[in-house]
Design a binder for this molecule. Structure first.
Ligand SMILES: Cc1cc2nc3c(=O)[nH]c(=O)nc-3n(C[C@H](O)[C@H](O)[C@H](O)COP(=O)(O)OP(=O)(O)OC[C@H]3O[C@@H](n4cnc5c(N)ncnc54)[C@H](O)[C@@H]3O)c2cc1C
Length: 343
């Protein structure tokens, strides 16, 4: 088999984490090759909600990047199926269709002269300190690199290499529906959902994305929840969201975005953490600092959020939330505070 030219950094996965990381590496003059096994534009199971912290961070990281989105500020919250609270967020949330958004971001990277290859990572060989890492592709080709960035999502092959395990996380399901009249994000919480979890409706530029996530989601449970919310059966699709505090630290093989289990513990918002960890990985590599150091605040936030999530989804907090929801101004203040960029 032929060897492809060496790259200092091989980034596996052209979702938001991998592409942002590759764009930033390229801008800092670091030799980088980005690969993805999908043919773009490819679909991605995701509601596509970008909070102000996510789109503002992206604006700072990739200035001049434009994309299509639906701007939404109105939020409705229901508890046990009954609308209890609604408010307008201080700043808009931008709902994107992931198929188009990820494609545009990849095109932006290519337009900057970024190296890209459609290829699937099959295996990784490590030959000791100071030696190149060898990424074995499904085609049989081998790519030598000094750093390998796993941005290959929740089912990460790179993570499997580091941990030796195949755990993928919790399942979330969604289906599309025609756009409803109300340009709002709808959330329903219920004590019957396992470890909290929630039903959601996010209107993107093309359609509404209806979905459900909790700790024991199955397609059947998802269908039932959507039916309870008054939606007819549609084509349901599922995707895992990996969550772990057991991050396998390795200074030359880094995990970012969903591959590293960085999605938010309460909301499962993962696009923001994809941008943050993509940025942190690029910074760590370009400066030669350990990723564990550069990414420390993200790790601390993930640990803190895991703890807060346990409290948030407890019976006691549910009662508190019910009381709080009678005061939309308080709910709005909490919401606006949470979705600001901090990391
Ligand atoms: C139903 C659902 C709704 C969601 N809604 C939201 C939301 O509204 N807002 C939000 O912020 N987050 C949401 N998320 C989470 C969000 O989708 C993820 O956190 C985000 O996509 C993570 O980005 P990523 O770049 O890490 O991984 P991904 O977007 O999963 O990208 C990984 C890429 O790696 C590629 N790949 C995988 N394996 C290989 C391989 N072996 N070789 C080569 N390439 C490979 C894939 O083709 C893919 O392009 C949702 C998730 C789900 C499941």
């Amino acid at each position: 088999m032929t060897d492809t030219p060496k790259a200092k950094v091989l980034v596996v996965g052209a979702g938001p984490a991998g592409t942002v990381c590759a764009i930033l590496l390229r801008r800092q003059g670091v030799d980088c090759l980005l690969i993805d096994h999908a043919a773009f534009p490819r679909d991605k199971v995701c509601a596509g909600g970008m909070t102000p912290r996510a789109w503002q961070l992206l604006e700072g990281l990739v200035p001049g990047f434009t994309y299509e989105y639906n701007a939404v500020r109105h939020i409705t919250l229901s508890l046990e199926g009954k609308r209890t609270c609604e408010f307008d967020a201080a700043e808009e949330l931008r709902i994107v269709e992931r198929k188009q958004f990820d494609h545009r971001l990849l095109q932006h990277y290519l337009a900057q002269g970024g190296r890209y290859m459609k290829a699937a990572l099959a295996d990784i060989e490590e030959h000791g300190e100071g030696e190149d890492i060898v990424a074995v592709l499904k085609s049989g080709q081998r790519v030598r690199c000094q750093y390998l960035v796993g941005a290959d999502g929740s089912n990460s092959r790179v993570r499997q290499h580091l941990t030796g395990r195949r755990d993928n996380g919790i399942l979330s399901v969604e289906q599309y529906a025609p756009r409803a009249e109300a340009n709002a994000i709808d959330i329903n919480l219920s004590r019957r959902y396992d470890f909290g979890g929630y039903f959601f409706r996010f209107p993107n530029p093309v359609h509404d994305v209806l979905g459900f996530v909790d700790y024991s989601t199955t397609p059947e449970k998802g269908r039932q929840v959507l039916e309870e919310q008054g939606y007819p059966k549609g084509r349901m699709r599922g995707q895992y969201i990996y969550q772990s505090l057991d991050y396998p630290l390795n200074d030359r093989i880094l995990l970012i975005g969903d591959a590293g289990g960085f999605a938010h513990r309460i909301t499962y918002e993962g696009i923001y953490s994809a941008f943050v960890t993509g940025r942190n990985a690029a910074h760590a590599i370009a400066t030669g600092r350990p990723f564990r150091e550069v990414n420390r605040s993200m790790m601390s936030r993930t640990r803190r959020d895991a703890w807060v999530a346990r409290a948030f989804y407890s019976r006691t907090f549910f009662h508190t939330l019910r009381l709080m929801s009678h005061c939309p101004r308080l709910m709005k203040a909490c919401f606006d505070k949470e979705i600001r960029h901090k990391l």
